[in-house]
Design a protein around this ligand. Structure first.
Ligand SMILES: Cc1cc2nc3c(=O)[nH]c(=O)nc-3n(C[C@H](O)[C@H](O)[C@H](O)COP(=O)(O)O)c2cc1C
Length: 201
């Protein structure tokens, strides 16, 4: 059994990254971790959210999901981030959250967190890999330890084979194109396994 504490931190406008976060929670719990699923604070004006039905519905459906704070980062041994791809980068809401952790970073409390990241985009080559890598760049500044999935399990091939982190394509209908559930769970378990090793030493 693991005693790893995991924070799954996500942003989602229409539910995809929330679903990825929930699968990560399931996988990590199966690995024995204590898990918090947390959303980053919204930045968009309410009028913009209200103008898009899917966005409005998703905000309403997840209103009870707690918002992440610095305390959650401090609490966690491991972090899994999930963010939509926005112009080949992470969503501004996720970046804003990272950029408000300067105090935590300055006090050394981001060091040795084991981190992994996931993303989605509308196109199969819409920038998912770049998004995950940009998040990992920030994590290197945090002194975190990146737990990328690589090709550590055959389930990753069925999910599109992104070795940096699970990513998925979202069709015009809002549904995921690839079946990535098993890859997300594998990534979560691997993150917990590595965090467990770091904690035990
Ligand atoms: C402002 C904006 C920029 C986007 N940029 C890209 C992009 O660069 N490549 C792409 O394939 N999809 C892009 N998309 C589509 C999103 O990646 C897609 O809607 C998202 O992954 C769905 O995740 P969610 O359901 O968790 O919100 C963009 C969407 C928005 C609103």
């Amino acid at each position: 059994m693991s005693n790893v504490k995991l924070a799954v931190i996500y942003y989602s406008m229409s539910g995809t990254n929330y679903e990825l976060a929930k699968w990560a929670e399931e996988g990590a719990k199966e690995a024995g971790a204590e898990v918090r699923v947390l959303k980053v604070p919204e930045l968009a004006p309410q009028s913009t959210i209200d103008s898009i039905d899917a966005w409005k519905a998703h905000v309403e459906a997840t209103k009870d999901v707690p918002e992440v704070t610095s305390d959650d980062i401090e609490w966690a041994d491991a972090l899994i981030f999930s963010t939509p791809t926005r112009f080949g980068n992470m969503a501004a809401q996720m970046k804003q959250f990272l950029d408000t952790q300067g105090g935590l970073w300055g006090s050394g409390k981001t060091v040795n967190k084991v981190v992994s990241a996931m993303s989605s985009a509308q196109n199969p080559h819409g920038g998912q890999e770049a998004t995950i890598l940009s998040l990992y760049t920030s994590m290197m500044h945090w002194g975190a330890i990146i737990a990328a999935p690589g090709y550590t399990d055959p389930v990753l091939f069925a999910a599109g084979g992104n070795p940096y982190g699970t990513s998925v394509t979202v069709g015009q209908d809002g549904k995921m194109v690839e079946d990535v559930e098993a890859a997300v769970k594998h990534q979560a378990k691997r993150t917990i396994e590595i965090a467990n090793k770091i904690k035990s030493n």
